[in-house]
Design a protein around this ligand. Structure first.
Ligand SMILES: Nc1ncnc2c1ncn2[C@@H]1O[C@H](COP(=O)(O)OP(=O)(O)OP(=O)(O)O)[C@@H](O)[C@H]1O
Length: 278
């Protein structure tokens, strides 16, 4: 009988148990103001160095743009940071203490690193609200999702995210009916529900209208500060509109780093990259 009572208590539908709550994000030590440390990173594919002794430091709260010609190593760098690719050598730390190279993709997401790929992958047959709700669920443990029940705190979080991404009015609209730009913002929102500390965003404005591009610039700029945003982008006008600091990759290493004026006037950059794309 006692066992049955315990089971009934466990199955009560009117309360949210601790194990159903989102995973607590581990603390990240940014006492040196740097959120991401990458040093001496080398990734080899059959002897070809996609990353070659790469060093990169991203400050906490920064909005950094990463540019570089096709094949420069931008995606490979994101793959290492998110645990998808293991480097041949080097180190990658999140804050002072979290070694990213001994963690898997899921642990890295739990640490607070969210990645948005170029193509939006929203659930088209679900509403905007449901998409956000689903990603909130997916950020929980499997066991928790079986017993999942949305708390008012979680629905407040979704409402807050809808406001940030500018889709409050579209909350009950099917995601499949959104414009390309709105789908991209929804996908950024799907990352935001779990409150990531670092957002890696790959080519956010590809295929967007000028108005959508402008809105995306405002959105990403507004996210920085409270969180850290790294944007990989080929659209130089867009980079110019949002970037304070730009890192140029070339053949797997950092070729130049600085503000947009410094980058645009750097002879090496002009030769290997800007010369081609302007
Ligand atoms: N799995 C792999 N096997 C072999 N070579 C690879 C692999 N992944 C990437 N590369 C090579 O590594 C280099 C860097 O690729 P990466 O995708 O990181 O560049 P990128 O800067 O993201 O380019 P793009 O702007 O075209 O996306 C390229 O020459 C690419 O062909």
């Amino acid at each position: 009988m006692e066992q049955l009572d315990k089971f009934r208590e466990l199955m009560r539908r009117d309360r949210v148990f601790d194990f159903m709550m989102p995973d607590q994000m581990p603390a990240v030590d940014v006492s040196h103001e740097v959120l991401l440390y990458v040093e001496g990173l080398t990734v080899s594919f059959d002897g070809f160095k996609a990353l070659n002794d790469l060093n990169l430091y991203i400050d906490d709260g920064e909005l950094r743009c990463l540019i570089g010609a096709n094949g420069a190593g931008k995606t490979t760098l994101m793959d290492v940071i998110t645990g998808k690719t293991q480097p041949y050598s080097g180190m990658a730390y999140f804050g002072q203490t979290h070694n990213l190279l001994n963690k898997n993709e899921s642990d890295i997401a739990t640490l607070g690193i969210g990645r948005k790929f170029q193509k939006p992958t929203v659930f088209e047959q679900h509403t905007v609200f449901e998409n956000l709700e689903l990603s909130l669920r997916m950020s929980k443990a499997i066991l928790a999702s079986i017993f999942y029940r949305m708390s008012s705190e979680q629905s407040d979080r979704i409402a807050e995210v809808l406001d940030i991404i500018g889709l409050s009015k579209q909350s009950n609209q099917l995601a499949g009916a959104l414009s390309h730009g709105q789908k991209q913002w929804l996908e950024i929102g799907m990352l935001l529900v779990s409150d990531p500390r670092l957002l890696l965003v790959d080519e956010p404005v590809a295929g967007m209208t000028p108005q959508e591009t402008e809105h995306t610039a405002e959105l990403l700029t507004s996210l920085a500060g409270e969180r850290t945003v790294v944007v990989v982008e080929h659209d130089m006008a867009f980079v110019r509109s949002i970037a304070k600091k730009v890192t140029v990759l070339h053949q797997g290493s950092v070729l130049a780093e600085g503000n947009m004026d410094e980058i645009q006037n750097n002879p090496d950059v002009i030769e290997v990259y800007l010369g081609e794309s302007q």
